[in-house]
Design a protein around this ligand. Structure first.
Ligand SMILES: NC(=O)c1ccc[n+]([C@@H]2O[C@H](COP(=O)([O-])OP(=O)(O)OC[C@H]3O[C@@H](n4cnc5c(N)ncnc54)[C@H](OP(=O)(O)O)[C@@H]3O)[C@@H](O)[C@H]2O)c1
Length: 244
């Protein structure tokens, strides 16, 4: 019997991939949701999450598995996101901008709600982790389809986390992983100062060797998932590490 069933969006790269290969419960079934290939040992549900028409396919897959589940724990880690377009809003490619807002703001909420709905009948522990970002609290001109989207998701976590607390339901958490060496950081460095005036900050972080590895971030994120952090918490790994 599967004791732990873990869905991870964005399991093909970066933090999501590192989490998919380091699930801390032996014998877990892991399903990766993304467009490209996932690591060995992870099942693949290929979806483009910037397309709302694809979301019901994930909801149905979760419901299908949850209805038969008799194990200990159901977990959804939502890591899929996109960094771009890196451009001032009025100059951005408007199609790319809309796709980014849908993926970064709407998808986490709709998919998070679908997970809670589909698993609500399960008599087991349920955990939903939304990947947040320090950009949800900082103003970065040229990055308005990302940080403000993460800020919306943070407030969703606080609100829905409170709902779940009231009924002894799932633990809903938002965690910013710090600055992690993935393609997302590479995209920030390869942007132009004109479209992203804070570019040099991210070049400096890279040159000073301050970026953490996806593996370290994954271990710390699993640590938060396994902690007793209450539902509705939105935290930053850097502040947790410094005791803040
Ligand atoms: N890296 C950092 O420094 C950092 C800092 C703060 C927060 N975060 C957050 O951490 C999470 C992971 O970031 P990362 O740096 O690991 O990113 P990454 O290396 O760029 O990986 C992004 C993942 O999202 C998936 N994805 C992108 N567009 C998608 C789409 N339309 N449909 C389905 N999946 C899609 C990608 O899979 P496919 O391309 O295969 O679809 C990939 O697996 C994100 O939520 C990000 O905002 C990262």
């Amino acid at each position: 019997m599967t004791e732990n069933l873990v869905w991870i969006t964005g399991a093909s790269a970066g933090i999501g991939k590192a989490m998919a290969v380091s699930v801390p419960w032996p014998g877990s079934r892991v399903v990766g949701i993304c467009r490209s290939a996932v690591p060995a040992g992870v099942e693949h549900l290929s979806l483009d999450l910037s397309r709302p028409s694809e979301w019901p396919k994930l909801a149905e897959a979760i419901l299908h598995d949850a209805q038969k589940f008799a194990g200990l724990r159901l977990v959804l880690v939502h890591a899929a996101a996109t960094v771009g377009p890196l451009a001032f809003a009025e100059q951005a490619n408007q199609r790319e901008y809309a796709d980014s807002v849908v993926l970064n703001a709407a998808a986490p909420m709709a998919i998070g709600a679908a997970f809670l709905h589909a698993t609500s009948g399960c008599d087991c522990e349920r955990i939903l982790l939304q990947l947040s970002s320090g950009a949800s609290r900082s103003i970065y001109p040229g990055w308005s389809s990302y940080g403000p989207s993460k800020a919306a998701v943070d407030h969703w976590v606080r609100t829905v986390g409170e709902e779940q607390s009231r009924r002894g339901g799932a633990r809903v958490l938002g965690v910013a992983p710090g600055t992690v060496s993935t393609s997302m950081q590479a995209s920030l460095r390869s942007s132009s100062e004109e479209s992203f005036p804070n570019r040099s900050k991210f070049v400096d972080l890279h040159e000073k060797g301050i970026l953490t590895s996806p593996e370290t971030a994954a271990a710390d994120l699993w640590g938060v998932i396994r902690s007793d952090l209450p539902s509705g918490s939105v935290v930053d790994l850097r502040e947790l590490a410094s005791g803040g």
